[in-house]
Every structure is written in structure tokens, then in C-alpha cells.
Design a binder for this molecule. Structure first.
Ligand code: NDP
Ligand SMILES: O=C(O)C1=N[C@H](C(=O)O)C[C@H](O)C1
Length: 237
């Protein structure tokens, strides 16, 4: 498979190494300094694009792919206010767009566990729930996309939480996401229910970026013959 990498930073490099080990070719690597080269690529010479860039670049990269017939797998976080526009464009152009806030299989199991725990906890108002996410100091966005997914799934079940906020303190109706930036941490997420007498915690700790990158390559292999707006739920089925 011929893969175009949009964003060749920490994730782009890890994806390159996994993709090559699975027999794929990297036909292009686009970073901030060579975005003009993007016009060289179309659905004729790139079977799929894998997009891990930065919040202010994702929309234009994904739009280019959809308009030029390249199926695109994106994991960039911090740009999601524009995702509905991309989804509409994908439908209009009969394109292929896959987005996940986290491509790791472990995190996607953790998402399911989070949904189940929220379902169990919904009638126990003596507990307060909050989220902590820890990432490396180079991360550009806060809260993490993964923490937002966790928060949105909790708010669907827990009536006393009305919205998430990215602050260490808030009212009971606010689901706190506390974002910490430390050293080279690849990504740690904790959901904690606390009462006066006990705490219940679930936690996912990534040991490296390999889980995210392998998930993105597996999805890229899977989507090349598919159309539409696709998610991890479609892939994992
Ligand atoms: N969904 C998931 O599973 C995961 C998502 N992520 C997300 O992926 C994104 C990238 O993470 P990471 O690799 O750690 O970040 P890095 O900062 O290491 O890499 C981002 C790269 O994007 C490049 N870039 C900047 N502008 C453009 C542009 N217009 N087009 C293409 N590339 C561009 C940067 O280039 P330059 O250096 O020249 O500025 C840089 O090389 C983040 O949003 C992060 O949150 C990360 C891990 C997992
Ligand atoms: O920026 C990162 O590094 C990561 N970003 C994603 C996020 O914002 O959730 C996924 C992972 O936690 C690593």
C-alpha cells in the first residue's frame, strides 16, 4: 500500500516504522516546511493518507485528501469544532474519512470500560467523578482528545454532570478534566469516582506511541476499499 504521511513528527515517524515493517511504502512526508508538496499527491499515487499533524493544520490536510480522492485516517486532536464540515464534505464527494481521538486498542477497550462504569455509577450521587490526563510537555492541546471522549461518554450517563471543564476545580455539575504536562509521558488517563468513604478508579497508561501508531496503520489497511465517515466502532466490529 502507498501511504502519504501528513505530519512527520513523533507520531509520523512511529507510523512510518510500523508501516514499513508491514510491507507498505511511504510515498510522501508532509510537514510545516513542505506543505506546498501536497499538490503532488492524489488518489492515483497515494492509496491512503495518515494524518497526525497539529490542531491548526488538520482541517486543510483532510479537506485536500477528500477533494483529491485520497482516503484519510486522522488522529490529530484539538480541531474538532470543524469536524462536522469535513463529514459533510466527505458525504458530498463520496470520500473516505476515519477519525479517532485514540487509535490504541487498549484505550478503545478502556473507552468501553468507562461507558460501563458510568452506567453502573449513574444512580450513586454520593460519588463525584473527574478525569486526569498526563502528557509530555510538547503537547499543543489541552485537554487531550482522549479525555474529551471519556468525558462525553460519562456525561451521557451521569445526570449530575452537565458539561466538562478543563480546570482543576469546579461545581458538582462540571466534569473536571485536569491536564498535567510532565517530561515525555506518552499518555495516561484516569477516571476517578470519589465519595466520603472510598474511591473507584480506572486508568490507562500508554508505555510508548506504538499502540497508537499500530492502530492507525491497521485502520489504514482496513479503509482503502471503504467509503464514508468511519470510526473505531466500525473498525472494531
Ligand atoms: N489519535 C491518536 O491515537 C493520537 C493522536 N495524537 C495527536 O496527533 C497529533 C500529532 O502528535 P505528535 O506527532 O506527537 O506531534 P509532533 O509535534 O511531534 O508532530 C506534528 C507534526 O506536524 C507537522 N505539521 C505542522 N504543520 C503541518 C501541516 N500544515 N501539514 C502537515 N504537517 C504539519 C509538524 O511539522 P514541523 O515540525 O515542521 O512544525 C510536526 O512534524 C497531535 O494532535 C496529537 O494530539 C498523538 C498520538 C496519538
Ligand atoms: O498528543 C499526544 O501525545 C496524544 N494525543 C492524543 C490525545 O490528545 O488524546 C492521544 C494520546 O493520548 C497521545
Amino acid at each position: 500500500m502507498n501511504i502519504l504521511l501528513l505530519g512527520y513528527g513523533k507520531m509520523g515517524r512511529t507510523i512510518e516504522s510500523i508501516a514499513k515493517s508491514r510491507g507498505h511504502n511511504i510515498v510522501g512526508k508532509i510537514n510545516e516546511d513542505n506543505t506546498a508538496d501536497l499538490v503532488k499527491y492524489t488518489g492515483g499515487n497515494a492509496d491512503v493518507a495518515i494524518e497526525f499533524s497539529q490542531p491548526d493544520a488538520a482541517y486543510e490536510n483532510i479537506r485536500y485528501c477528500i477533494e483529491n480522492g485520497i482516503p484519510v485516517v486522522s488522529g490529530t486532536t484539538g480541531w474538532l469544532e470543524k469536524k462536522p464540515e469535513i463529514e459533510a464534505l466527505c458525504q458530498e464527494k463520496d470520500g473516505t474519512f476515519f477519525y479517532a481521538s485514540n487509535f490504541s486498542i487498549g484505550v478503545n477497550l478502556f473507552f468501553k470500560l468507562n461507558e460501563q462504569l458510568a452506567g453502573l455509577m449513574k444512580d450513586f450521587n454520593e460519588y463525584n467523578v473527574d478525569i486526569e490526563e498526563i502528557h509530555h510537555t510538547e503537547k499543543k492541546d489541552a485537554p487531550s482528545g482522549t479525555a474529551i471522549t471519556l468525558a462525553e461518554d460519562i456525561i451521557k450517563s451521569i445526570d449530575y454532570k452537565k458539561k466538562w471543564i478543563n480546570k482543576p476545580f469546579g461545581k458538582k455539575e462540571d466534569l473536571i478534566i485536569n491536564s498535567l504536562r510532565e517530561g515525555r509521558v506518552p499518555g495516561t488517563h484516569t477516571v476517578k469516582y470519589s465519595s466520603a468513604v472510598d474511591d473507584i478508579e480506572i486508568k490507562h497508561t500508554a508505555h510508548s506511541r506504538e499502540g497508537f501508531a499500530k492502530g492507525a496503520v491497521l485502520v489504514a489497511e482496513w479503509i482503502t476499499d471503504k467509503k464514508g465517515v468511519l470510526t473505531m466502532d466500525n473498525f472494531l466490529k
